[in-house]
Design a protein around this ligand. Structure first.
Ligand SMILES: [Ca+2]
Ligand SMILES: [Ca+2]
Length: 477
């Protein structure tokens, strides 16, 4: 998750750089996006926070001259001074300028060649410029680019409203390459005379977590909020450009800053990439508006975000809306939960509700994100107490060979849900016996055991042999 900054504009970046660093670290962003105009300010910020930079590769903001090749050498001199560059992005919204096409073509090729020739920057991926509408005239630049780019503004609407069309426009430039959203967000100029009146600060704190989760659902690999700090003071709340920030010009937090801080705090899982496993789950609700995002952490637990995809703010009446919660049931194909905890990150990281050793979780979902942390029972854990131990083994062997109902069978030992307590269930129990975590790797191994479960002649003999082996292992413990 990233955010946009404007270090070249001065403000807090010159008067209170430590304050800016503290805000970035406290919210938890790992990326910032900015022009490289003032490398010293960016380097001070990255040194203080560890954040990485998406460098908008243009020469300050002077119209299309910013990406006229006469200025390329000057831009490149700046880029080479910036530490911690994670992305080199082509110029910002070039279609604001009538003469953009030829200039952008020449600039893109020059940036590509300069980057590839630079020892430090040759592996840094290039991100396309964001575009307004289908832009096949830029498709020939795709070979130079690693990522597509969208600027995804929902205006006053639901967070998901423009994602699909923006992605389709980006794909006219970069085809099926992965997409980064280098800008998205809501402003809070609720007294703006224009149609784009923004949303209240309260509504933004509900919308932004939904927006990030929706981007994840659409496969967008990284999303940058626009922007970290309000651009200037506007006490009349009539100028949208002043009120996109998560924090005000005095660095005081708006509700959305807390919401994203809480979201990051609950969902972060730093470490190397891993391959998540799958979850067989059913969401039962009468509401057509309930949407969700499923995530997994390295410890094997799942995090399910749910919300109603409805307005939290009425832009015509300029007031917050009170959205009644709807009932939502969660179940897992007969697999019980060891524990479920719910959180409301818009306002807090505190646990709201818990359930233990349950087959079904009942939730009340409104227009803010509810995060449900799910620890499912691992195969072998008949009583869903989080341990696979001799008590489970005793239950399992007591029912070994029995036919059971699909939904009641787990507690008796039918861990692969095939209607009987059999050899595959034994293999699954042995896989997890004594282990503290049902990691994604173990979940993948369990799925492979089930996938390979074609009954063969001689299986009964194998069962007897393994039962003997397993019993010895149990005694040793
Ligand atoms: Ca157990
Ligand atoms: Ca079974």
């Amino acid at each position: 998750m990233g955010t946009n900054i404007h270090s070249a504009f001065g403000g807090n970046f010159t008067s209170n750089p430590q304050g800016v660093a503290n805000v970035l670290k406290d919210i938890g962003f790992r990326y910032v996006r900015d022009v490289p105009t003032t490398p010293d300010r960016l380097n001070a910020l990255t040194a203080a926070t560890g954040v990485k930079v998406c460098a908008i590769s243009q020469y300050y903001w002077y119209g299309s001259d910013a990406f006229d090749t006469k200025n390329f050498d000057a831009l490149w001199t700046q880029v080479k001074q910036v530490n911690n560059i994670a992305y080199l992005e082509l110029p910002n919204e070039p279609q604001n300028f009538d003469d953009y096409n030829d200039k952008l073509h020449a600039w893109t090729i020059q940036l590509y060649q300069a980057a590839k020739a630079d020892l430090r920057l040759s592996a840094v991926p290039l991100v396309a410029s964001s575009v307004y509408g289908p832009t096949p005239g830029l498709a020939d630049l795709s070979p130079y680019l690693d990522y597509g780019n969208i600027h995804d503004y929902p205006d006053v609407h639901n967070p998901a409203v423009n994602i699909a069309v923006n992605v389709s426009h980006a794909r006219t430039v970069t085809g099926d390459k992965p997409i980064i959203a280098t800008e998205t967000g809501y402003h809070n100029a609720w007294q703006s005379p224009s149609y784009f009146t923004g949303a209240s600060e309260i509504a933004s704190a509900k919308y932004l977590p939904r927006l990030y989760l929706q981007h994840f659902n659409y496969g967008i690999v990284k999303t940058f909020n626009y922007e970290l700090i309000e651009s200037f003071v506007d006490d009349t709340f009539t100028n949208g450009e002043a009120h996109f920030g998560l924090v005000r010009t005095d660095l005081s937090y708006k509700p959305a800053a807390y919401a994203l801080k809480n979201l990051i705090s609950l969902l972060k899982d730093p470490g190397p990439d891993f391959t998540p496993s799958s979850l067989n789950y059913t969401i039962t609700t009468a509401s057509p508006d309930v949407q969700h995002t499923l995530l997994q952490k390295r410890d094997g637990t799942f995090w399910l975000g749910l919300w109603q995809n409805v307005l939290s703010y009425d832009p015509a009446a300029r007031q917050d809306l009170i959205v009644p919660p709807v009932n939502v049931g969660l179940s897992f194909n007969g697999v019980p939960l060891v524990r479920a905890e719910t959180y409301l990150p818009t306002t807090s990281t505190d646990v709201k509700n818990t359930a233990s050793a349950a087959q079904l979780v009942n939730l009340a979902i409104d227009d803010q994100v509810t995060l449900v942390h799910l620890r499912l029972a691992a195969p072998g854990d008949t009583n869903a107490d989080g341990l696979i131990n001799d008590a489970d083994v005793a239950t399992f062997f007591h029912h070994y060979g029995q036919a059971v109902t699909p939904n009641g069978g787990w507690a008796l030992g039918d861990f692969d849900r095939d209607g009987e307590v059999g050899f595959i269930d034994f293999q699954l129990m042995e896989l997890n016996y004594g282990r503290a975590q049902y990691s994604p790797e173990l979940q993948a191994q369990a799925a492979a055991i089930i996938a390979a479960s074609v009954p063969e002649p001689g299986a009964a003999l194998a069962v007897l042999a393994c039962v003997g082996l397993f019993a010895r292992r149990c005694r040793r413990r």
